[in-house]
Design a protein around this ligand. Structure first.
Ligand code: ATP
Length: 678
């Protein structure tokens, strides 16, 4: 391995690589100019508009961030003639004006050995080179001579990358994706993947890079169907939202389950037992029954007006048609389900078709327009209103939750009397209904029964361990025939419906056969801190293997008993602000305002991290919002209160103890959970 110091500018390798970097930057600039100069001459208005959009897109994709070097790695491959072929690997393809590649996109098949080759399996490489940069300048490199059978076990550049002080949002890891991560990133589009990984093993990073990889390798297909990333809350989304754009992918929808299902305004919070019940998969059956239960048996024939005459459709035929359509609303897995609203339209159309057939048998030849008009006639509409009434999802759920008789009818045999009583709330007007987050998911489920929900070609679902069965179904509806990347950690499950394994979640997501792949190397948290948090594992997730940290951090863990928390916090923050990097103060939700006030009073730039706000230099994070986030230094204040605040408080503590990249300080009043006492 060779890692020249910055001063060794005479190193010919370094000079040559710098020259290549400068050439790549020039070529990229030329590609941008060429894309901007593409002329729309000779095309019609519509095509010009399309071309304009495509050109804007291309320009956006080519826009180079001056701080981001054009490549980060290089592979040397043994060529058949005995020489070597060299490829530089970067975030996007760069070619010169003759079309010769100067940099290969990290997602191209040719880049794969850069991530996968090892001393045991060099994959045709004789050398892998990684580059070190400082402020956009190429300052060093590191070689692994794989052909000679000598690989480096631990890359210093990788460690430097992992330890780089954090500030601001999450970064891409494209230069240092590890082999076990790369296997998931490059899994085929058709394959759904579930990643069970301990804190900091790179699940979120892997999911985002997989989205970028799939968009590159299946561009046409996914440009049409789209890719969706679902995260636990907006603070988390804000933290990750720049990763895909820096990888050149700007058209990915990033959202939360709450936003996906926001068909009604959420104004209230359910008690845990009610939330659990509303999230139970049986609710899907209750809603299905409530909706389709409105379909009535026809009792009389209908006179359908068509082209100036009336045709009687007999009641027996009407009954058969309704039965038929109703059955298709329950179609099995191999059959396309008929949505309720489409069923209503088909019913109207089938009456009109019946009248048309009668007219044709009598020698007439009605047009399609006349037939459609018949389907919209007051007679047919009145019949449909009586037999197959139009339904509104919010109205239906509101009725179920406020009308004991309606609920009993839909829930008979599915929910006990006690459970039904738990669901009911005081009657009131629909427009002021006290909707909860779980209600919104029920409304969304109902809306999905009434009409087809648009689906994506691929969905990346983060922190999936926290989803209720009904939330899983909401995500599955957005999936249509596409595939899934499910990311999560059962040990970090804090919701009341948390399960001990992935089976139920994957079934709820409609992909029960998804293979669960573990990630066990922790990149975020230093070994001392991870080992400390792992002491909780036998209590919170007995079946799970503990992750091992890729690096140690002597002095990274400080557990301090203190008499008074706030004063101690102010002192620790003062001490830590002297070191570069982000600082997160994580405390019980109920205490964050007081902690922030104390820090501000002591002159520290602290602010509470909200769902929507920017993170302050010292971010005070409610324990319930810490999931998925990381900071250079983390101060956990009053762990006992964090544990006491909720039924799965120990899981929450595990989450907050695993947010630190460099330093974790735990401030407690001598009341730590037993296993954490030093
Ligand atoms: N191969 C890698 N190279 C460099 N950094 C990495 C690598 N893999 C992960 N990291 C870094 O480790 C940190 C943790 O990654 P990430 O947030 O994706 O983990 P996670 O498994 O989702 O964690 P959690 O379960 O705590 O949410 C991030 O800063 C990420 O950039």
């Amino acid at each position: 391995m060779s890692l020249p110091a910055e001063s060794e500018t005479a190193d010919p390798v370094l000079l040559a690589e710098r020259a290549h970097l400068a050439r790549a930057a020039d070529c990229l600039a030329q590609m941008r100019t060429a894309a901007a100069a593409l002329t729309d001459a000779g095309v019609d208005g519509w095509a010009a508009e399309r071309l304009g959009a495509a050109r804007a897109e291309r320009l956006r994709a080519l826009a180079a961030d001056p701080g981001v070097p054009a490549f980060f790695g290089r592979t040397d491959t043994g060529a058949p003639d005995g020489g070597t072929e060299t490829f530089h690997i970067g975030r996007r393809h760069v070619r010169d004006d003759s079309g010769t590649p100067v940099v290969i996109d990290w997602r191209a098949p040719m880049s794969r050995p850069f991530y996968r080759a090892s001393a045991a399996d060099p994959q045709g490489l004789v050398r892998r080179r990684r580059f070190g940069f400082a402020g956009g300048e190429l300052t060093g490199y590191e070689d692994e001579l794989l052909g000679a059978g000598a690989g480096t076990a631990d890359s210093r550049l990788l460690l430097a990358e992992i330890e780089r002080p954090r500030s601001g949002p999450m970064r891409d890891i494209v230069a240092t994706i590890q082999p076990e991560q790369d296997e998931i990133v490059r899994a085929p589009l058709a394959e759904s993947v579930c990643v069970q990984g301990a804190p900091g093993t790179g699940k979120t990073a892997v999911g985002l890079h997989r989205a970028a990889y799939l968009l590159y390798s299946h561009a046409g297909q996914l440009a049409r169907s789209g890719v969706l990333v679902v995260g636990p809350n907006r603070a988390f989304l804000r933290y990750i939202e720049q990763v895909l754009p820096t990888l050149g992918e700007v058209d990915v929808d990033q959202t939360t389950v709450a936003d996906l299902t926001a068909r009604v305004p959420v104004r209230a919070v359910d008690p845990p037992a009610v939330a659990v019940l509303k999230g139970d998969a049986r609710m899907a059956q209750v809603l299905h029954r409530a909706l389709w239960g409105a379909v009535a048996k026809p009792t009389d024939s209908v006179q359908v007006p068509l082209a100036g005459r009336r045709y009687r459709v007999p009641v027996e035929r009407l009954k058969r048609t309704v039965d038929d359509l109703r059955r298709r609303g329950r179609a099995g897995e191999d059959q396309q389900v008929l949505h309720y609203a489409a069923g209503r339209e088909r019913l109207a159309m089938s009456l009109a078709e019946d009248a048309r057939r009668q007219k044709e048998e009598a020698g007439g030849s009605p047009t399609d327009a006349e037939t459609r008009r018949a389907a919209r006639s007051p007679e047919v509409r009145a019949f449909c209103d009586a037999v197959w009434p139009a339904r509104d999802a919010a109205g239906l759920v509101h009725t179920l939750l406020t009308d004991p008789a309606e609920l009993a009818r839909a829930a008979r045999g599915l929910l006990s009397d006690d459970e039904q009583a738990l669901l009911l709330r005081a009657p009131g007007p629909l427009r002021r209904a006290p909707w909860t987050a779980a209600d919104a998911v029920l409304v969304d489920e109902t809306a999905g029964l009434v009409e087809r929900t648009g689906g994506y070609g691929h969905v990346v679902l983060d922190e999936a361990q926290d989803l209720s069965p009904m939330e899983c179904r909401a995500v599955a509806r957005r999936l249509a025939t596409g595939s899934l990347t499910v990311l999560g950690d059962l040990a970090q499950a804090t919701s009341p419906w948390a399960a001990a394994d992935w089976g139920r979640t994957l079934a709820g997501l409609g992909r029960p056969d998804t293979v669960v792949r573990p990630l066990t190397r922790g990149y975020r948290v230093p070994g001392e801190v991870l080992d400390y948090a792992n002491r909780l594992l036998p209590l919170i997730a007995p079946g799970l293997h503990a992750a091992t940290a890729v690096r140690r951090g002597p002095g990274s863990l400080r557990v301090r008993p203190v008499a008074e928390l706030t004063g101690a916090l102010v002192d620790v923050v003062r001490e830590l602000t002297a070191v570069p990097g982000s600082i997160g103060v994580v405390g019980p939700d109920a205490a964050v305002d007081d902690l922030t006030a104390a820090l501000v009073a002591a002159g520290r730039p602290a602010a509470v991290l909200g769902e929507d706000g920017e993170a302050a230099p010292v971010a005070v994070v409610p324990a319930s919002l810490a999931k998925g986030l990381e900071f250079d230094a983390v101060i956990v204040v009053d762990p006992a209160a964090i544990v006491a605040a909720e039924p799965r408080g120990l899981h929450r503590l595990y989450v907050v103890l695993t947010r630190a990249v460099s330093t974790l300080v735990v401030l407690h009043r001598g009341d730590l959970p037993g296993v954490l006492v030093e």
